[in-house]
Write a protein that binds this ligand. Structure first.
Ligand code: ADP
Ligand code: MG
Length: 368
């Protein structure tokens, strides 16, 4: 990584503001998927070992610049206490510097309330950025999953504080970057989900590097249509057809051969496709996966996604990388952190990083 990382600067005894990505699924105020939280523990522990005051800053959902009770990060503070096995001080209000000073606990872990409760965050407002910066002496970005967004807590704040990459961000950049430079072969990409429009840039980059690209989900439907199968317009993204055809011409794209239908909707890959995909996954040395194979939210159509997960987990010798908001939601009851080599905290961010090789929130960190 060409950017300075946490271990390359002196942080001892400093106040450190860490932008983390605790944008997790909550159900009845309980954390359902903790991969994002648990992966930031190394950074937090490192700072505590160096006697820092740790200020964790994150967003949750899309409150749109207002306080929305359901989107409070308070439940995450409780969860964090359990996994860190120490007290976490929750700070509800922090833009007023004097007020913040009385609420922040020195020498401990503080979790600040949802930064998107403040309109200055998403607007990347200079004044708000300056206020955030005023809370600390050092800024650490450990939030790969939001680094594709230009916001006060990812970009603006770096004008006012020394800014470095956290240990998780460093890992994300290393693992995903390496994949695009020197992957072990065979290298396969598995792309599913919906909104192919948001994935096409990354897919075009990936197709150059991979040996095979397996497509499923709604994206797979569009490829089936591009391959000449008759498919209702409502099941595909018509504006993506020409680009899908171009990718097909590489001869590397493996499209579904059967599916699970409900009335006239094609909602999951079928058993023959699972077998095809499974055989290829078993032989791969490097695997990157983004996007569920079907409309997994309904258990009737989660079979393809579960199958692909199992197939990747069984291939113990491969380097496996999985990322994507809904993809991780689909896998939330599985033991991903044990069976997948790298569970990326980025969906959109991972795709943009693959496409461009960097992200706005990474660009603004200090150079080595
Ligand atoms: P990620 O967030 O992991 O990148 P996407 O946002 O691309 O994934 O897509 C996830 C959504 O795609 C899921 O909500 C899922 O229901 C939907 N989906 C997957 N396959 C299909 C399909 N065949 N038909 C309709 N929706 C699908
Ligand atoms: Mg998504």
């Amino acid at each position: 990584m060409n950017k300075k990382t946490l271990k390359e600067i002196d942080v001892s005894n400093k106040k450190v503001l860490v932008r983390v990505d605790f944008n997790v699924s909550l159900s009845n105020s309980q954390v359902v998927d903790d991969t994002r939280i648990s992966q930031t523990v190394p950074t937090i522990e490192y700072l505590l070992k160096n006697h820092c005051t740790v200020l964790l800053l994150s967003h949750l959902g899309r409150p749109g610049g207002k306080r929305v009770k359901e989107l409070s990060l308070k439940p995450v503070a409780g969860y964090l206490e359990k996994i860190l096995n120490r007290r976490v001080n929750f700070v509800e209000e922090y833009v007023d510097k004097d007020e913040a000073a009385s609420k922040i606990r020195d020498g401990g872990v503080n979790l600040l309330e949802n930064v998107r409760f403040y309109p200055g965050e998403e607007a990347n407002e200079t004044e708000f950025s300056r206020k955030l910066a005023g809370l600390a002496n050092v800024y650490v970005n450990d939030a790969f999953g939001v680094d594709h967004r230009v916001a006060a807590s990812t970009v603006g704040i770096t004008q006012f504080l020394p800014a470095v990459a956290g240990l998780l961000l460093e890992k994300e950049v290393k693992v995903i970057g390496q994949l695009m430079v020197k992957p072990e072969r065979p290298f396969i990409a598995i792309i599913g989900g919906a909104k192919m429009e948001t994935k096409i840039g990354a897919m075009e980059k990936l197709i150059e590097k991979t040996d095979e690209m397996l497509v499923g989900g709604a994206v797979g439907n569009t490829f089936m249509a591009a391959a000449g199968q008759s498919m209702k317009q409502s099941l595909i993204e018509p504006q993506m057809l020409a680009l899908a055809k171009k990718l097909l011409q590489t001869g590397k794209v493996i499209i579904p051969v059967d599916g699970v239908w409900e009335e006239d909707k094609l909602l999951d890959i079928g058993p023959k496709t699972q077998a095809e995909f499974g055989a290829r996954i078993a032989k791969a040395a490097t695997i990157i996966w983004n996007g569920p194979m079907g409309m997994f939210e309904d258990p009737k159509f989660s079979g393809g996604t579960d199958f692909v997960y199992e197939a990747i987990s069984k291939n113990r010798d491969s380097l496996s990388i999985v990322g994507g908001g809904e993809t991780l939601t689909a896998l939330q009851n599985k033991d991903c952190l044990k069976t997948i080599d790298h569970v990326s905290t980025g969906g959109g961010a991972m795709l943009m990083f693959i496409e461009k090789g960097t992200l706005p929130g990474i660009e603004v960190l200090m150079d080595k």
